[in-house]
Design a protein around this ligand. Structure first.
Ligand SMILES: [Zn+2]
Length: 264
């Protein structure tokens, strides 16, 4: 499973999208250009931000591609019903973000290539680096799950734990464990966390981890990990955030320690 957060899938779809890119580019979806904030912030700021956001989205999703020239300021100003100063401000902010570059005499060009990052992050992330990311995010997942998990989430977590307890080999356990932690991510009801977690599992499925898991996941370790999953589930059921965070942090500490031990 691969996740392309930028959503650009290249090829014909993208070319088709490029051909009609200006057809829809000028419509500010759900955004009113103008003074939305009133009072404190300058009106031009919010209008420029809205235009910049709209253009940035087109660039990030690939409908405005590397090397494409943006329409002249005057046309952009007309399309967005904004002043040329506001458009210039928006272009400056896109330029500061490395999305466009202005070339004197020829216009403003897209300099961002969504497909440039061809390297699959799973190819270059070590198992230890993976655990470091999980240790950063999962305790917070536990805290949010305590707050947001529904009865349905709890049932899904319970099923995932039961499934893990029913397997003995490293391969099946690892898969069941991925599912359990994904269920925990889902129980936060934070879509970005779920998205990030899919990526974490994508990295985890990679061979660097694949090749050492048989060494790490002995029957004794599997039993120890499962006891922690049970303890986490119990803490979630009691809506005990501190305990849930503590159990999950210990779970990640064990994973890190096991990896280090396997390397020595
Ligand atoms: Zn686990």
């Amino acid at each position: 499973m691969t996740y392309d957060v930028l959503g650009g899938d290249g090829g014909t779809d993208r070319r088709a999208a490029r051909n009609k890119k200006w057809a829809g580019a000028m419509v500010i979806e759900g955004t009113q250009v103008g003074n939305q904030n009133g009072g404190i912030s300058r009106p031009a700021d919010s209008a420029a931000d809205a235009i910049a956001a709209q253009l940035a989205r087109r660039i990030l999703d690939g409908s405005l591609a590397m090397g494409d020239r943006l329409p002249p300021e005057r046309s952009l100003a007309e399309s967005f019903s904004a002043s040329r100063g506001t458009v210039r401000e928006a272009l400056r902010s896109l330029s500061a973000r490395g999305l466009v570059a202005r070339r004197v005499g020829s216009g403003t060009f897209v300099i961002y290539e969504p497909d440039a990052g061809e390297t699959d992050v799973s190819e270059i992330t070590s198992p230890l680096e993976l655990v470091e990311v999980r240790a950063a995010i999962e305790p917070q997942m536990a805290r949010l799950a305590v707050r947001n998990a529904t009865a349905r989430d709890m049932a899904a977590l319970e099923r995932a734990v039961a499934e893990m307890e029913g397997v003995e080999d490293a391969e099946s356990f690892s898969l069941a464990d991925e599912l359990f932690h994904l269920r925990l991510a889902e129980a936060t009801h934070n879509p970005l966390i779920v998205e990030i977690y899919h990526r974490i599992n994508h990295v985890r499925a990679h061979q660097q981890w694949d090749s050492i898991k048989n060494k790490i996941l002995t029957p004794e370790q599997i039993t120890a990990y499962n006891a922690e999953h049970r303890a986490l589930l119990a803490a979630l059921s009691r809506r005990d955030a501190d305990r849930a965070v503590k159990v999950l942090s210990a779970h990640m500490d064990r994973a890190r320690a096991d990896l280090l031990a396997s390397a020595s």
